[in-house]
Ligand binder design. Sequence first.
Ligand code: NAP
Length: 252
Amino acid sequence: MPDRRTAVVTGASSGIGAATARRLAAEGFAVVLTARRAERIEKLAAELPDAEAYPLDVTDRAAVNAFADHLRSTRPSVEVLVNNAGGALGTDPVAHADPSDWRAMYEVNVLGVLNMTQALLPALTASGDGTVVVLSSTAGHGTYEGGGGYVAAKHGAHVIAETLRLELCGEPVRVLEIAPGMVQTEEFALTRFRGDQERAAKVYQGVAQPLTAEDVADTVGWAVTRPSHVNIDLLVVRPRAQASNTKVHREG
Ligand code: NAP
């Protein structure tokens, strides 16, 4: 039997990343799960048929380079990189936002993608059929009040995908961007509101069916399994109850 194709997923300890790791495993990939919380990725990796957990902070350039070395010495090839690690901090207006929140969001959502993509691009190219996925957001395509720092960072992630696709044209590497709207995951809103359960719950209050992590993982699984010559440049996916970043139908 030929070796399985390898997919690396960042932020695989929770939400969309964990669901994507499961989905790519179901598609037959050997999956390398990365995130900062080792125990969570180790537990999930143990449930999957051919998976490895590698604790990693995507903002730590030296650690990311060491991870790329590890892959080079342990795997015949790497075919897919899913840049999913990211998130939002706060909803402060531009007039009052804390620059350290903006810096942290830029670090993970933009420089994290840059670090991982630069480190793995040689392996993805050498595979002869590589795919880079950038999990941006509808916040990368339009703004909303209180979204400033996150919106700025996700616009940065979107620009990486667009620019990289231009720069890699002619190379055997696709660049896909998945931009979800409202997804109800365990931790996204909780992280944004620094553990405040009540504020986090309000994000989804009255919304009939926000997207689930599995809905987004389904789009990633579909996009990366298209024939090699088919590049899904950008997929915007929202729940039916959300028509734009600022137009959400809430019941009750
Ligand atoms: P989540 O449940 O909060 O998961 C975020 C993941 O990122 C966690 O696994 C976390 O793991 C990891 N992470 C955070 N900082 C990291 C770092 N420095 N290094 C490595 N891993 C890091 O959020 P989610 O809802 O699944 O979101 C996943 C992605 O989709 C994010 O990029 C988010 O911005 C984007 N997105 C989310 C939504 C939404 O409504 N939920 C909508 C559009 C886009 P550790 O803490 O273990 O490191």
